[in-house]
Design a binder for this molecule. Structure first.
Ligand code: FES
Ligand SMILES: [Fe+2]
Length: 407
């Protein structure tokens, strides 16, 4: 971890420990309201896909999903087929998963391949995007292979995560967009974790599904049967550019990672270990949340919330990683954590989003409210509005200015 990020992590830890002993969180200046059509208006949904999902760097994979030379991952994001590859030497590339002959999709799922042969007429591409073979070229006719490479997207790998901009012509400065947040995330050392499991869960409007990741206000109420009614509903937010971290303000010694965090308060700062300081939920703008759960083997869940086919549909991809290969006995414990998290989201959060969607779609509730204790949501929506209003050229300036904002 670079010294600046380490220093930030220490300062945040100090602040969280102070707040845990005082029980005080910082509050937004006022309650904010948003027009309820935010979640139901099809035009707004289309604009979000254009101005957020097709312009911003999206975190599309953990590095350990394609760890070795030749590994690849194919996925679809807002109906765009994407192919991520790791070429010889370790560099990650991102392409439109579409053959340049007549568009067939080249690869699906995950695997290892140094070349991809199109399933339609058999053109062959290397995993660096170059076209290397045109079937029956003599009969096909003249074609300049150099001009028929796969369409490529800007890609950036850092902190064991991979960001892609779904615009081949984008001039966005991805580092400026990340505002140093990736520097903090190196604290997890994710590059050395392992892929465990992935599920896709259907929900309502993507923001209704994502809102639930941005506040803890609902924990003891909606999740009283799973997390328990005693869990804190207070989040202390730490902002960095458009991204944010939520610290749970609970001094409950029964939560193991919380207990470890609290113990830092009685240890010399020089001995604070990075893994313990990382406690909390990390939000990557505009649609990803990262949580680490303790068990014999640490389990990480990365939740990507993607817009679905309509304004009323989304899907949440949960990717589970483990810090190392679990033994058979440990596997049971890891599976229990995975099942628990899936249950919470599948049976509590996402059904709630569908009920909200139905009611909001009536058009009869004019506004929704974001409390002073939900500052993360307030700032998230301020960022969303700012980014959507910005020109392509203005985005770099917007993020560069934000990088200077204190954590
Ligand atoms: S579409 Fe790929 S070879 Fe024809
Ligand atoms: Fe929840």
């Amino acid at each position: 971890m670079n010294p600046n990020s380490y220093q930030q992590l220490v300062e945040t830890t100090r602040d969280m420990l102070d707040r845990l002993s005082s029980g005080q969180i910082s509050l937004a200046p006022q309650v904010m309201n948003k027009d309820a059509s935010l979640y139901t208006d099809p035009d707004c949904f289309e604009r979000e896909k254009e101005t957020l999902f097709r312009r911003l760097p999206l975190m599309l994979a953990a590095s350990c999903e394609l760890p070795g030379d030749g590994d690849y991952k194919a996925l679809e994001v807002i109906d765009i087929p994407v192919l991520l590859t790791r070429e010889k030497g370790g560099r990650v590339r991102a392409f439109l998963n579409s053959c340049t002959h007549r568009g067939s999709v080249l690869a699906s799922g995950k695997g290892c391949a140094h070349r991809f042969t199109c399933p339609y007429h058999g053109w062959t591409f290397r995993n660096d995007g170059r076209l290397i073979g045109i079937s029956s070229q003599a009969q096909f006719g003249a074609a300049d292979k150099a001009k028929l490479a796969l369409v490529e997207f800007p890609v950036y790998e850092s902190a064991g995560l991979i960001w892609v901009v779904l615009d081949p012509k984008s001039g966005l400065d991805i580092e400026a967009f990340l505002s140093g947040f990736d520097g903090l995330l190196t604290g997890y050392d994710l590059r050395n974790w392992q892929f465990y499991e992935q599920v896709s869960l259907a929900g309502a409007n993507w923001k209704l599904a994502f809102d639930a990741h941005l506040e803890f206000y609902h924990l003891p109420v909606l999740h009283r049967k799973t997390f328990g009614a005693d869990i804190s509903n207070l989040a202390q937010y730490y902002f960095q550019g458009p991204h944010q971290r939520l610290g749970l303000m609970s001094a409950n010694p029964l939560i193991p990672e919380q207990a470890a965090f609290l113990k830092l308060g009685v240890v010399d700062e020089a001995e604070w270990d990075v893994a313990t300081m990382m406690f909390g939920e990390w939000i990557l703008f505009p649609n990803v949340s990262i949580n680490c759960y303790p068990s014999g083997v640490q389990v990480m869940v990365i939740s990507q919330v993607f817009p679905g086919r309509s304004v009323e549909e989304s899907f949440t991809v949960q990717t589970y990683l483990v810090e190392r290969t679990p033994t058979d006995a440990e596997r049971e414990e890891v599976d229990a954590v995975v099942q628990f998290i899936q249950k919470v989201v599948r049976e509590e959060d996402l059904p709630m989003s569908r009920k909200q969607q139905k009611a909001l779609s009536s058009g009869l509730l004019p506004s929704v409210y974001l409390g002073r204790n939900e500052e993360g949501l307030q700032r998230y929506y301020a960022w969303r509005d700012r980014v959507m209003a910005s020109s392509d050229e203005g985005l770099n300036e917007l993020f560069l200015r934000a990088t200077k904002t204190p954590f």
